[in-house]
Ligand binder design. Structure first.
Ligand code: AMP
Ligand code: MG
Length: 409
């Protein structure tokens, strides 16, 4: 059994990210949210494009106002009013000022803004009541960004702020990585799809839905291949075609030591390199990972519904993130929390207990859900957002003690 951290690093090493030259598509800005940028973005323009005012007030020459105080004000003549969006027409001379508004272009001759709170308006003149710093409240051309330098780097996931930057740079079409294609199949003679009536001994294939949701949430395209019975030949045919057509294949079930657990043998027969066939993790020990020559990565995931999702969160998610072109932050986030319950483990495998992470008076707390903590029990996994991790060698964490919790999202 491989330690969890070792299995994670093997998985990440096996992933060959999508190719930034070939595995891309062009999308409009409206469709770019949560996509991963594949090329650098630069602009031909400086930002700001010109010197402008950061406040409503008066554009002045610093030398006119540098010594003024409330008891020794300076009076300047207002020669122009400059709203945002207008081009100033006059050059400010000694003794002059322009009325100016936030975002408006600085007029020639002026170098400093006096905020209107520090002034008194008298018809076409303004009394300056305090001395500013030179250049105060001026946003200089190019002070945020210099034309031609990198603005956004490839490998980032585009979120609201990035989308705003792209709009600002007038980048209405951009190159993003295509979404990874992830084939999903469920193995097991006992499985039926949710719309079918249940006969004795049968259960609904929930994993197919769980994994498709997981894949979609992580930017992939789920390709649902359905339920495959525990029939060696049929399973082999489906797995072989999945490997040919997808970037990643996720199957659930059939990786334990039961008589009908064929997945690992089939992967070997199909020429897969199998660096992982069990991991010292609970739940999810029989995880099987294979790599094929065409770069397809195969995760044979245990069938128990909770084990299946824990395996996805712990191992598939980092792989999918790296595959998708994200340049970093592939691994899960771990947070220290105070446990509200006693947490138990057998001590031999790294144990993941699902529950709720919440912030209470500035401190994270972790609480187990009510109900059975069994890897077959999906019910109380619902609406949890964390997995408390009990390391190998430790058998319990007492109420109130610190526990490391893996954030699940
Ligand atoms: P296996 O890994 O095939 O031994 O399955 C372990 C347990 O998970 C068994 O109780 C299965 O019935 C259950 N199981 C397997 N596949 C699924 C699935 N797709 N959806 C829900 N439960 C499953
Ligand atoms: Mg099975």
């Amino acid at each position: 059994m491989l330690p969890v951290a070792r299995a994670e690093s093997i998985v990440l090493d096996l992933v060959q990210p999508l190719n930034p030259q070939q595995d891309t598509e062009i999308v409009g800005l409206d469709m770019a949210n949560n996509r991963i940028l594949a090329t650098p973005i630069t602009s031909r323009l400086d930002f700001p494009h010109w010197d402008n005012s950061a406040m409503d007030g008066y554009a002045v020459r610093y030398e006119d106002v540098k010594d003024c105080t409330i008891n020794n004000p300076v009076i300047l003549e207002i020669v122009e009013e400059i709203p945002a969006g207008c081009q100033p027409k006059k050059t400010i001379q000694l003794g002059q000022a322009a009325r100016i508004f936030t975002g408006a272009m600085m007029p020639e001759g002026a170098d400093t803004i006096i905020i209107q709170e520090n002034t008194q308006r008298e018809a076409n003149r303004v009394k300056i009541l305090s001395s500013p710093q030179l250049g105060e409240f001026v946003r200089y051309r190019g002070s945020f960004y210099r034309a031609g330098t990198p603005m956004l780097q490839p490998g980032i996931m585009l979120e609201a702020a990035d989308i705003a930057v792209l709009a600002m740079a007038q980048c209405t079409e951009l190159t993003v990585y295509r979404r990874p294609r992830v084939a999903i199949l469920s193995t097991g003679d006992e499985l039926v799809s949710p719309e079918q009536p249940l006969k004795p001994g049968q259960i609904v294939d929930s994993n197919q839905y769980a994994l498709a949701s997981f894949v979609t949430s992580n930017g992939g395209i789920p390709i649902k291949l359905g339920i495959i019975p525990d029939d060696r030949q049929q399973l082999k045919t489906v797995i072989a075609s999945a490997i040919k057509s997808a970037d990643l294949v996720l199957s659930t079930g059939g990786v334990s030591v039961g008589d009908y657990d064929y997945v690992e043998q089939i992967l070997a027969e199909l020429g897969g390199e199998i660096p992982i066939s069990s991991v010292a993790i609970k739940p999810g020990k029989p995880l099987t990972v294979a790599k094929f020559q065409n770069n397809c990565l195969y995760f044979g995931i245990p069938g128990n519904p909770v084990s299946a999702l824990v395996s996805c969160w712990r191992f598939v998610q980092p792989a999918l993130k790296k595959l998708s072109g994200l340049k970093d932050n592939w691994q899960p986030i771990f947070i220290k929390a105070r446990s509200r319950n006693e947490l138990r483990s057998g001590g031999k495998r790294e144990t993941y207990l699902w529950g709720k992470l919440s912030l209470v008076d500035g401190v994270y707390e972790f609480a187990l859900p009510s109900g059975s903590h069994s890897s077959g029990n999906l019910i109380n996994l619902s609406q949890t957002n964390g997995l408390a991790v009990i390391p190998v060698g430790q058998t319990s964490i007492a109420v109130g003690e610190e526990v490391v919790v893996m954030q699940v999202s």
